[in-house]
Ligand binder design. Sequence first.
Ligand code: NAD
Length: 382
Amino acid sequence: MLDMSSNDNIHIGIIGSGRMGTDIARYLSEYEVRITWVCQGEGERVRCAGDYDKKLGRLHRNGLIDDAQLRERKSGIVITDDQGALSGCDIVIEAIHENAADKARLFMGVTPFLQDSAVLATNTSSIKPSLLISDDAVKQRFAGLHFFYPVKLKNLVELITTEYTSEKTIAVLRDFLSLIDKFHLEMPEEEGFVMNRLFLDFQAQAFRFHHDDGIPMSTLDEIIIQNIFPVGVFEFFDTVGIDTMQQSVINYTEDLAGRDFYKPMIDSLELLLSRGRLGRKSGAGFYEYPAGRKKAPVLGEDTKKHVITLLRCLYINAAFRALEKNIWSRDDLEFAVREYMGIDRGPFATAEEIGKAEIKSVLSRYFSITGFEAYRPSALLC
Ligand code: NAD
């Protein structure tokens, strides 16, 4: 448990200075915590320290923080490329690229620097945390803490435990999440990353519409934005990063039956990866940047309706399937999806609107034609 009564602020370590490491560091810097942020190499350290100073300067100039807060924020963070600087941390959060071997190697190298009581966490979006630690004692102090981007706007973190994670570690992480004002969903790693998995069939179907029916990606994104979620599938993938998405999709689908359903999505991601098109961060992914999505050709009304209906049904079905697992309450899942997607009505409210019988009927039709598991209606859709 965190000692909230102590005069010393808790000390958080963050490893990685990409999209997530940077965003987590910036979010935590608004709280009364001490931060040690480890970047990879001197060049990254200089860049991150410069960007952080510029950001603080802007906040100060705009009157959003006063002189005392500016001093506190500056002294509250150490930006370094030295892993040894993590030695006094209470919790260390790893946010390097999505590669199990590299993450495991990192933890192996970092652990000897840490105090025996330190809790370690990974921000992985798809790798089972237990695959990342080999030392039995460290396994007990380890879990997944899956933040979402942008951290400040998404009031949601997934706390992913392994069979080894101790109750004490879980309590420390719960306290930490409450201290930083995050709602969290807890889950065992076998059921990990529920939010991302919930959108997997929906996303795969968008790729199928493009691949099988020749509907342009920009048209599909436009339809999604106007009717379902604030962001399209292809631009979402570009924003997250094609490398992260490719690795995640492989990990999410490896144990699933009917894997062919995901083939167009996996093939497209692998093709982009082989061409070095990593999304926004490399200047090109499904779209070219900074231009981004181009004006989309319009579909006929019937086709458009069909696209919207099937995409909605798949996402709602996945939410009911998650509910079937009896791990999360309906209200918590509904809230989490609303936070994750930035929408007013989550899957269960939308299901009431459409009618569960209608959703079941649409999916059953597809299931009987294709046999793909993704279309099999949840038992709760009745
Ligand atoms: P990214 O590609 O933007 O950044 C990865 C960073 O890791 C780079 O800055 C690199 O310098 C750094 N790095 C690599 N090895 C390192 C080492 N040994 N020490 C210190 N730094 C090292 O990746 P990202 O999008 O920030 O993703 C990071 C993690 O967060 C991944 O596990 C990803 O799955 C997860 N995640 C990503 C998102 C997202 O929207 N991109 C959302 C939730 C979770």
